[in-house]
Design a binder for this molecule. Structure first.
Ligand code: SF4
Length: 229
């Protein structure tokens, strides 16, 4: 199914075509910074309301304390954990969230892997029942830690899809997921790399103030086309 554009997108650029054009420019990215599933989940919580640079500083503190581990975080003194997480901002809240996630996992499962091995739909439902785990965080955990295909709708994706296709930035999260997941093959590698490509585009070109010159999809972007008319 082709992407539904706002009517002014040249050549009706499909989501998959957009992905291919980004990949041709940026190369295969397929990333989430994190060496272990614990680190991926901790990073997904810490990245809420802050930049990744700040997350890296908090993760470095945890690494220095040998505590990039949800089980250890669950047992750690709260004040100590808060101090380690300080660079990521909202550290009181994030420390409590991580402790609550740890408690939930180890009260209900033998291991983190047991939780992550659940099917995608059940896992999402369970993650969303945890304090501080919203849809974007849950889908990041499902995609990168559980390695199951879930499209992650973050601020970059919303901004780019709004400018390229005219999709409302306030569109309901699940509605946007259905639109994208219905239009591209449900494939783990593709979903990971597509997310990474959108982040790359958002950082290099589609910033708050867009740098459209040299953007790999500018000829197909409704925003850019409207500027050149
Ligand atoms: S052409 Fe400009 S507005 Fe469109 S996606 Fe590229 S950077 Fe964003």
């Amino acid at each position: 199914m082709a992407a539904r554009a706002c009517g002014c997108v040249k050549d009706s650029l499909t989501y998959y075509m957009m992905y291919k054009m980004l990949r041709n420019r940026f190369g295969y990215l397929d990333w989430w910074p994190g060496e272990t599933n614990d680190e991926i989940i901790i990073g997904a919580i810490l990245t809420q309301q802050t930049s990744w640079k700040n997350v890296e500083r908090a993760l470095a503190n945890l690494k220095e304390s040998h505590a990039v581990n949800l089980k250890k975080i669950g047992r750690m003194n709260l004040k100590k954990l808060e101090n380690l997480l300080k660079p990521s901002g909202f550290y009181h809240q994030k420390a409590r969230r991580l402790k609550a996630i740890s408690k939930y996992i180890y009260n209900n499962y033998i291991s983190l892997d047991e939780l992550l091995s659940k099917d995608r739909v059940s896992l999402r439902k369970e993650l969303l029942s945890l304090d501080g785990v919203g849809k974007e965080t849950a889908d990041s955990i499902i995609l990168y830690a559980a390695e199951k295909p879930a499209f992650v709708v973050d601020a970059y994706a919303r901004r780019i899809l709004n400018r390229v296709y005219g999709i409302d930035t306030d569109i309901e999260y699940d509605k946007l997921c259905v639109m994208i997941e219905g239009a591209i093959k449900r494939d783990l590698g593709l979903y990971k790399d597509f997310h990474a490509q959108l982040v790359e585009l958002g950082k290099r070109h589609c910033r708050l103030k867009p740098v459209c010159k040299g953007c790999p999809i500018n000829e197909h972007c409704a925003y850019f086309i409207s500027l050149t008319k």
